[in-house]
Design a protein around this ligand. Structure first.
Ligand code: ATP
Length: 217
């Protein structure tokens, strides 16, 4: 059975999460205190209800504890966001994901029990700066403070060479885990695989080595 999701706060952030889950075939309940926001959300969620998530009785009557994942996408009203997370955890929701506006807000959300705190503005800002600094890096995931997986546009001078010839492991201490060409992906490519124009390498390694490779053109 699909997981059950509830999204509290149907602003731009909440609606984009709800919509993506809904499009992927998940059951999504949208919740907002604002009637207009609830009405406007009907195309993006399975059901939507008007409720105040700082009201414990309202949450109980929705049956919120039956949801596997509840996303608190309230930002500006910090007090409402914190109180909502506290109530959701007290009511027994297994996984509560909450949006934080700043570091202190995030720390408090963790303290009251949020299982995952996200900082959309901060994280998007980091991604934009990262892309400006390394335009050849199309995407990245930080695995730890020092290691990442990155999608890097292949430098022109490596086109038509094989993975064995460019030997990124020896030259840069990074490993190729896949090659992507448009939407086609080749996982664990053979060392004899020739690189074509427009290929994107999915590589893993230490950040400073990845940077050295990504800035080489
Ligand atoms: P976004 O930045 O995601 O577009 P926003 O700018 O509309 O959001 P936020 O303050 O982050 O403003 O609020 C997101 C949504 O959360 C709003 O639609 C608001 O009505 C709703 N909301 C605020 N408080 C509560 C509450 N206590 N219970 C339910 N929904 C709430």
């Amino acid at each position: 059975m699909a997981d059950q999701y509830a999204v509290i706060g149907l602003g731009r952030f909440g609606l984009s999460i709800a919509n993506k889950l809904f499009e992927s075939g998940q059951e999504v309940l949208g919740i907002d205190v604002n009637e207009e926001r609830v009405e406007d959300s009907h195309r993006y969620v399975t059901h939507a209800v008007i409720a105040d998530s700082t009201d414990s009785e309202a949450l109980k009557s929705i049956g919120i504890r039956n949801f596997d994942n509840v996303i608190v996408a309230i930002g500006n009203d910090i007090q409402a966001s914190i109180l909502s997370v506290l109530l959701l955890k007290e009511l027994g929701v297994k996984k509560v994901i909450a949006k934080a506006l700043n570091k202190l807000h995030g720390q408090v959300l963790k303290k009251v029990g949020a299982d995952w705190v996200v900082f959309p503005e901060r994280d998007m800002g980091i991604r934009v700066a990262h892309h400006l600094l390394s335009p050849n890096v199309l995407n990245f995931i930080e695995i730890s403070k020092d290691y990442s997986v990155e999608e890097v546009k292949i430098p022109d001078r490596m086109v038509e060479k094989t993975l064995r010839e460019i030997d990124l492991r020896a030259e840069y201490n990074i490993s190729v885990i896949a090659i992507r060409h448009d939407n086609e992906i080749n996982i664990s490519p053979s060392p004899d695989k020739k690189i074509s124009y427009g290929d994107v390498l999915v590589v893993i390694g230490e950040n400073r080595d990845l940077e050295r490779f990504a800035n080489l053109q």
